[in-house]
Design a protein. Sequence first.
Length: 150
Amino acid sequence: MEKTVATNRKARRDYEIVYTLEAGISLLGSEVKSLRQGRANINDSFARIDEGEVYLYNCHISPYKFSSDRGYDPIRKRKLLLHKNQIARLIGDVHRKGFTLIPLRIYFKDNKWAKVELALARGKKLYDKREDLKKKAMERDIKQELKTHK
């Protein structure tokens, strides 16, 4: 059972997703409590590989209301927990031209563990976005025609 906390709705529109993987996320106790309340934003966030480890940047987790942490930075970089072979594969893939790591959603797996669905993606050009819109409109029209002819 998964409980989704935050989704990056712009990611599928702005990026072509090559593949996705699940990563754990290293959090403070008050951050976990804030996530359970659904107080997170990953719209402008991205992941980067630094010194053989993967970090999540610009992920905003609001401070927990009842926390005693006064020096809390809501957009600090957070370490993502992956196996060495997954990191090695990501290093090879990200070094290719135009690829980036984008978080698609943050969720709780089995109501215990905070996870991030990470995607290896390539940025779409404007004409690619227009083609996607045309395809969507055509499919919608076809479904409407089929519905009226039944």
